[in-house]
Write a protein that binds this ligand. Structure first.
Ligand code: NOJ
Length: 766
């Protein structure tokens, strides 16, 4: 077995290195190398003391299971898990949170098990912990890497103060299909932007020192291709070719690996017939061998067991065998490693070296986190009290929230609103909602803790504010696990909303999806405004046309009617705890919107998946009136409603003088420069985007590919020159065998404020 041979050779060399180190202290001048080696040595020492059962225990992760600070559980699953913990058969727990609880489980592991190996405590810190920042797709719309990194750092600060030391984030799956509920959790459709954001988030979570009390280990997920589920239906099958895998799916994962991410999570989906969890090609050949990744891989929740339903494993033992051989190091909630691996080793079905390799990886991260020095380092009640919900964290949440807003339309400069003398009607159930803006994946946050739009707007007291809900969005429960029921019939409050709108100067309508209409398990077949909201919008429009539509949503919506009729549209996603403050700041012009869409907004769900970096096809254009034989729909345009990279400002920008400055050395092939002028009356920020088109290649290339961007702030009338450098890295691509190619030929370079820019210049790569 090839993999096994490699692991054996690697372990042999680690052993030799450690002996050598002990004798010569070889690396005494290289602190970093020495540190890594010291940890390797500690890992080997510990490993040599562990029984097979204890090793397997490190590969076992349990969900939180009893009232930790109360008496030990009796009977059932909880009692078994508790015993396993005492017997050193648990390496990690998830969903245990808060200093008291973490301390209680950690105490059992450290003080009652034979070797006292500390647990690594995992949690889905996806966009904040108790204080919630915007959902990740919203943050991606800021294109502001510094703010995104800071947001992750604040999430690490707050969650680490609650005892957590490992987040299952960032989700770096490229997502092209707006039906998929989990688009809210990623950075959108583009691998270049996705890679930059992956790096920023990992740097934010992990910081410079992983063993500081303020940082936590990150997890790049879901490896791989989860965003390509057929029909956008969660957990569904994925069947894509190698070139898509390498050019679209892998780049953010490579960036994550290069950023030093400590863990990977595999994914629920199968890829080309093999579930990712049991996929040796992905986890061993690509990740651990080709990319030389030395962190550990955790399975997704129960995904080892799910290989039986996938039709890939015969039973639990078989699933455990496949997963381990494929490189899944830790079993999240399948209980299969702890149940079967020992027997699989005893019967020579799996080699102990595979187990040693997995345990080494897990222990290494625990050492790097500093858990062996002090297993309670994240457990300080005082610190938890001081940091949770602190001003510093809320200020950062507000900062990124306002930067995440995208202005989609602003006809007649309806926005920003005047601060005085206006009668403003606020309409929509989401306008007063204090829970929905928290979005999906905010497990530790309490309901009703977001600042609503109504509250945010009411803090500006120069105008007269009136409010009417208009109609409920949901009926009954809106809990994390529940399937939401949407109000599709009750319009009894329309009348009141119409009355309120009728007497207002401006109507602010807050419409869209509930926070739990996107996220895991929440795919949709419609991208329209849910329930009776579209009807409400049209009814209000009949009595007052001065409408500012504020959208709340976790995915691109198809809002054709609104785009045609409503003068001002603001994309406000689900912005977290500070949502209402951020929206009010933008509506009143205290923050000039600077966001750009990280995902294409279609006109119609039938166009989905719709993305800017599509292939041209052999028939891209209409050959003439009434001729049907070209790549199009007979009932809808091909173009999106709002393209990737699109977003307006209260000022305007002009791009001029785009030129190729030179092609000056063997790697830095092309330098492109462009002048940007703020042609409006306000200070504002613009995301300058550079796209290339490789006009012909052995594997066809997309019509546009983002290869650079810069966020620039300009005063009115100010002009700046921006330079971009294109190297081999930006100009090459992977072929159908996963080989990197750089081909000579003609390229176009586009620079502008969205993916639809037509400012371009050509060059030839010789
Ligand atoms: C399942 C999700 O797919 C994954 O992203 C998450 O981290 C785990 N559950 C743990 O909650």
């Amino acid at each position: 077995m090839r993999i096994l041979k490699k692991i054996k050779i690697a372990s042999f060399f680690v052993g030799i290195l450690i002996i050598f180190w002990s004798c010569t202290n070889l690396f005494s001048n290289e602190n970093e190398t020495q540190e890594v080696t010291v940890i390797d040595q500690k890992v080997e020492n510990l490993l040599s003391k562990m029984t097979l059962e204890e090793k397997i225990g490190q590969m076992n992760q349990y969900n939180g299971f009893w009232d930790f600070t109360g008496p030990a559980p009796k009977g059932g699953d909880a009692e078994k898990k508790y015993k396993d913990l005492k017997n050193g058969l648990v390496g990690s727990m998830l969903n245990v949170r808060g200093v008291k609880d973490v301390m209680a489980v950690q105490k059992v592991a450290v003080e009652e098990s034979r070797l006292g190996i500390p647990l690594i405590i995992g949690f889905d810190v996806i966009h904040g912990y108790k204080t919630i920042s915007p959902i990740p797709i919203a943050e991606a719309a800021s294109w502001d890497l510094e703010a995104i990194q800071k947001s992750a750092a604040m999430a690490a600060l707050e969650s680490s103060a609650a005892g957590i030391n490992w987040t299952f984030a960032p989700m770096i799956d490229i997502s092209r299909d707006a039906r998929w509920g989990r688009v809210m959790e990623g950075a959108g459709e583009d691998p270049f932007l996705g890679s930059k954001i992956a790096t920023a988030r990992i740097n934010g979570f992990q910081g410079d020192e992983l063993n500081s009390n303020f940082t936590i280990a990150a997890c790049a997920k879901h490896f791989a291709a989860y965003g390509f589920v057929e029909g956008g239906r969660d957990y569904n099958t994925v069947d894509i070719g190698t070139s898509t895998l390498y050019n679209m799916v892998f780049p953010p994962f490579i960036a994550a690996k290069n950023a030093g991410v400590k863990t990977f999570m595999n994914s629920f989906n199968e890829l080309n017939g093999v579930p990712a969890t049991g996929n040796s090609y992905l986890q061993r050949d690509i990740l651990k061998e080709q990319w030389d990744y030395n962190g550990f891989v955790v399975s997704d929740w129960g995904s080892i067991t799910e290989m039986i339903a996938h039709g890939h494993a015969k039973d639990g033992a078989h699933a455990a065998e496949i997963a381990l051989k494929a490189g899944s190091d830790m079993d999240m909630e399948s209980y299969l490693y702890v149940s079967h691996l020992k027997n699989l080793v005893d019967t020579d079905k799996v080699d102990i070296q595979l187990i040693d390799d997995a345990v080494r990886r897990i222990l290494k991260v625990k050492f790097e986190l500093g858990l062996f020095e002090d297993p309670y380092r994240y457990c300080d009640l005082e610190r938890e009290k001081e940091i949770t919900g602190s001003k510093k964290i809320n200020d950062a949440a507000l900062d990124i929230a306002k930067k995440s807003i995208v202005l989609l339309k602003n006809e007649g400069d309806l926005l920003p609103l005047k601060k005085e003398g206006q009668k403003i009607a606020i309409i929509g159930a989401l306008a007063s909602d204090k829970t929905s803006p928290l979005g999906s994946w905010r497990i530790a946050a309490d309901d009703h803790t977001a600042v609503s739009v109504l509250e945010g707007m009411s803090e500006y007291n120069g105008n007269l504010i009136t409010f009417s809900k208009g109609a409920d969005l949901t009926i009954g429960k809106t809990e994390f696990v529940s399937e939401l029921k949407i109000n599709t019939t009750n319009k009894s409050e329309f009348k009141e909303a119409i009355r309120v709108a009728n007497s207002a100067d401006i109507v602010v309508m807050v419409l869209g999806e509930h926070g739990f209409q996107s996220g895991e398990g929440r795919s949709r077949t419609s991208l329209e405004l849910p329930g009776v909201q579209q009807e409400l919008l049209e009814e209000i429009f009949k009595v007052n046309k001065n409408i500012v539509l504020v959208l709340n949503n976790g995915r691109p919506l198809a809002i054709n009617w609104a785009d045609k009729n409503i003068p001002a549209i603001v994309e406000a996603w689900q912005l977290g705890t500070q949502s209402g403050h951020a929206i009010a700041k933008v509506l009143y012009g205290d923050y000039n919107p600077s966001g750009k869409l990280p995902m294409t907004f279609p006109r119609n769900i039938g166009q989905v998946p719709l993305y800017y970096n599509y292939k041209n096809t052999g028939r891209p254009n209409s050959p003439g009136p009434e001729i049907v034989f070209w790549s199009h729909y007979s009932d809808e345009e091909n173009t999106p409603l709002y393209p990737f990279g699109y977003g307006l400002s209260y000022t305007t920008f002009n791009y001029s003088d785009i030129k190729i400055v030179n092609s000056y050395n063997s790697n830095q092939k092309i330098k492109v420069s462009v002048d940007i002028t703020n042609t409006g009356k306000r200070k504002g920020k613009e995301v300058i985007q550079l796209y290339i088109r490789d006009k012909y290649a052995s594997i066809t290339r997309p019509v546009k590919e983002l290869k650079g961007f810069e966020l620039l702030e300009l005063d009115p009338g100010e002009i700046k020159t921006i330079n971009f450098v294109l190297t081999d890295k930006e100009l090459g691509f992977y072929d159908n065998n996963g080989e990197w190619l750089l081909e000579n030929g003609e390229f176009e370079v586009f620079v502008g404020g969205s993916s639809e820019t037509t400012n371009k210049i050509n060059f030839e790569l010789k």
